[in-house]
Design a protein around this ligand. Sequence first.
Ligand code: HPA
Ligand code: ZN
Length: 344
Amino acid sequence: MNLKPIPADRLPELLRGMPKAELHMHIEGSLEPELIFALAQRNGVSIPYASVEDLRRAYAFTNLQSFLDIYYAGASVLLKEQDFYDMAWAYLQRAAAENVLRTEMFFDPQTHTARGVAMETVVNGLHRACVDAQAQLGVSAALILCFLRHLSEEEAFATLEQALPHRDKFIGIGLDSSEVGHPPEKFARVFARCRELGFHLVAHAGEEGPPAYVWTALDVLKVERVDHGVQSSKDAALMRRLAADRIPLTVCPLSNLKLCVFPDLAQHNLGALLDAGLVATVNSDDPAYFGGYLNENFVQTFAATGLTAQQAFQLADNSFVASFASAAQKQAWRERLQAHFAGF
Ligand code: HPA
Ligand SMILES: [Zn+2]
């Protein structure tokens, strides 16, 4: 699309109003401290923080693991189907307000089943929120079940078995948690099974881990998108492969900043990924923990890196292209995106 020049001081308004899809967001990472405390009280769960402020002060991360320890502790207040619904509904209302037309939300069932929460409690609560989002907010919402990679492949198989009675309520399978030391190929057999079952496949790779993990996510797991993938820029052959095969990367700038993957946003490689012809997208990852929902990721990244309105269009268009929605749905969203830019 040919765009007229848009002054830098109007970029935040352009970005916030822009129709977009979010493809990398862990629903447990949308749990705000206020909701953690409210659910802890409602369920009689004790948490080792005196107040909302005390909990927020603990959000000073040095790497992925330092975040995951607090993230799993926060999720411990989720017990009932209504808790999962309330968490997802809070995020979906926020998404609607930020002009997110489509969201594909990760969830981590093993974090909950390990505490004795039934799979159906988790899936039914989240799915009911997705149904209501379409009906009441006009947001298209889908779920992607993630296996925890610090656990065994056998445990992933058991989780898949528990989830299969609910297979109509999620569209894909992902892989998250502690990356280094847990390469994608550890899950080769369970991903092959999920592929046979017809699920969409994605995996976190190249967040902290090496480009080799992105290669095996592609060649062994056969994923359709790579979550994060920012370390790919260290491997020229991999960059050519990602561009040639149009494998989307779901990039999460504020997450990368908070987990010290990049020292500051100005040094983020999002612009370089776009310049190399990759289908890069912007996402919030764990917005309650990383200081911003999707629009904040766009606005802060554009301010720090000097990305342009043309690149904003590209990123939003990529988000629809990379989504697992139908071709007709993608085309309708693209027309809304074009109208937003034309009217600006
Ligand atoms: O950024 C992440 N990386 C890996 N696992 C995760 N689980 C929630 N967020 C993340
Ligand atoms: Zn993630």
